[in-house]
Design a protein around this ligand. Structure first.
Ligand code: SF4
Ligand code: SF4
Length: 395
């Protein structure tokens, strides 16, 4: 495993971290304990020493805590988890959430503690009014929080303001070759690193959209490059992130021991500043093809779920993107599957009533009702609508 040094703490962190949110079962809010055990064991065996979870990932902290205790691995990994600051209405709430997190994770300290998805300076100012700075100082002095940071999905304008709003130890940003100029972007990465902070990267493959779900034309571009080591779209995507020396670690939401092994192998070779000019030019061509095909920037995180009207939001968006990335028929097939069309209670884009309950949860700031209307227009045109009505009437 390749290790990089956190400039603030001096910790040696594996370049590949385990994002625990996507442990199988996450979509139902019941992460599978056996799958978690297999994934965590494989990760630590491969030298991974950083595990990321959050209070808001249903059931996730509990399963991570149980797994580490059962396998006796707590002392071999850094645990990162996040405060649901938006739910903190008074200063006592910080202790309430934090104590629960320690219990769930079966530990007496958190190595890397984050404000979960601070997207604007106003959000940080609000918790400052509740004396969070004093609370952090007390937790650090007591050794209950080792490093403090924030995760970010806001705009490039707000990011440097937040960097300077507090003496952070680290930050966590969305970063990949398709998002160089989106959210924090490359400018934000450099700004954070120049302040001596560790920078952790999430969504290095955009929830698979830069891996298996990459548009066919982009996959062809990568395979025609004929690189002996970069043999998969995932290898290209991860290596591109690691190519940046400012990146301390990237998180991958690995869902099986096999995937852990594949990514760990890529991490061995993907050193910083190791990509050639030719490889970077290939990635630039892939970005053009990706942007042409991917219309909705949904990463499939499911933060917007469940929809009270039953719409499978990420499923609808994945199908819509597939209809451009691959073919209209592929998108339709995916749409039918994602909408559970044969169940008698289909979860179609047309079920959306525009209540807007989902939109504020979306880290990608997608106007969900408006984009579901696009899905409906493309994947439920008149004749398809008629066929759907007949199908649901029969089932
Ligand atoms: S806006 Fe539409 S998709 Fe979002 S919660 Fe309301 S009904 Fe569901
Ligand atoms: S619409 Fe937004 S919140 Fe919902 S799955 Fe996609 S990226 Fe996540």
């Amino acid at each position: 495993m390749q290790y990089r040094v956190d400039p603030k703490s001096g910790n040696r962190i594996s370049a590949l971290g385990l994002g625990c949110m996507r442990i199988p079962g996450f979509a139902l809010g019941r992460p599978d304990a056996r799958a978690a055990e297999a994934i965590v064991r494989a990760a630590v065996d491969r030298g991974i020493n950083y595990l990321d979870t959050a209070y808001l990932y249903p059931g996730n902290e509990v399963v991570v805590g149980q797994t580490l205790e059962k396998l006796g691995l707590r002392d071999r990994v850094y645990i990162a988890t996040k405060l649901p600051h938006a739910s903190c209405k008074r200063s006592g709430d910080f202790d309430r959430f934090f104590d629960e997190q320690l219990r769930r994770l079966r530990t007496d300290h958190i190595d890397y503690y984050l404000m979960h998805n601070i997207t604007s300076p106003a959000q940080w100012e609000r918790v400052c009014e509740l004396d969070i700075e004093d609370w952090i100082a007390r937790q650090k002095a007591a050794g209950r929080i080792r490093q403090i940071g924030f995760s970010f999905h806001g705009s490039s304008v707000d990011f440097p303001v937040l960097l300077d709003a507090y003496d952070w130890d680290f930050c966590q940003i969305q970063y990949n070759y398709a998002n160089e100029h989106y959210q924090a972007g490359t400018e934000g990465l450099l700004a954070a690193a120049s302040r001596g902070m560790a920078v952790f990267v999430m969504e290095p493959l955009l929830g698979g959209r830069l891996a298996d779900k990459l548009p066919d034309a982009a996959k062809r571009e990568l395979s025609s490059a004929g690189d002996a080591h970069l043999t998969t779209p995932a290898a290209w995507g991860l290596s591109w992130v690691w190519n940046h020396p400012e990146v301390t670690m990237l998180l991958s939401g690995m869902t099986s021991p096999e995937q852990v092994a594949q990514n760990a192998e890529i991490a061995e070779r993907a050193l910083s500043s190791s990509m050639t000019a030719g490889q970077l030019a290939t990635v630039a061509r892939v970005v053009e093809l990706f942007e042409r095909a991917n219309r909705i920037p949904c990463t499939g995180c499911s933060y917007c779920m469940p929809c009270p009207h039953g719409v499978n939001i990420p499923g609808c968006f994945a199908a819509y993107n597939a209809s451009y990335a691959h073919s209209w028929f592929t998108g339709m097939q995916q749409y039918f599957t994602a909408s559970a069309i044969r169940t008698g209670a289909p979860r179609l884009a047309s079920n959306c009533v525009g209540c807007g309950a989902c939109t504020r949860h979306c880290p990608q700031q997608i106007d969900i009702p408006a984009r579901l209307a696009d899905v409906r227009r493309r994947l439920q045109p008149g004749p398809v609508n008629l066929a759907l009505k007949l199908l649901t009437r029969r089932s």
